[in-house]
Ligand binder design. Structure first.
Ligand SMILES: [Zn+2]
Length: 145
């Protein structure tokens, strides 16, 4: 991993069910977005879990996602709940509608907050290498997709 990553100083919760979600985090480190995909009903789902939430079958696998998305909804955080985020405000906490028809919570980055935000705007995935072990999945404005 690059030595250019800065020391991440924010509280960082560890993923629940680390064995179940490990492939997602390993892919993020490679700057790839993968999602659980049900083999039985041929649909993606999010978040990762033992069984598909639609058909309850446990026959699913990780499949590469397009990284294309739209902004479903968001809020602008102006008062950080934790002092570690004080330098980041205002920032966007958003629900992202992925092209694969699942929704994921993340941040919108690389744009003016809140001026550039508009519901349904096209987004694309970006990867934030916060330290040598973890990469966070975030989104930025994209040209039409
Ligand atoms: Zn299913």
């Amino acid at each position: 991993m690059s030595e250019e990553t800065t020391q991440y100083k924010k509280p960082l919760p560890r993923p629940p069910e680390p064995e179940l979600t490990a492939p997602f985090w390993e892919a993020a480190k490679r700057h790839e977005l993968i999602l659980p995909h049900c083999t039985q009903c041929d649909k993606f789902f999010w978040y990762p879990r033992e069984a598909c939430p639609r058909c309850l079958q446990s026959d699913w696998s990780w499949v590469a996602a397009s990284g294309k998305a739209r902004l479903h909804t968001y809020t602008v955080v102006r008062q950080p709940a934790n002092p570690a985020f004080a330098e980041d405000v205002p920032y966007a906490f958003a629900v992202i509608q992925l092209a694969e028809d699942v929704r994921m919570m993340s941040n919108i980055v690389e744009c003016a907050i809140p001026e550039d935000l508009e519901v349904n705007m096209p987004l694309e995935v970006v990867f934030d290498d916060i330290d040598n072990d973890w990469t966070l999945v975030k989104f930025r404005p994209a040209s039409e997709n």
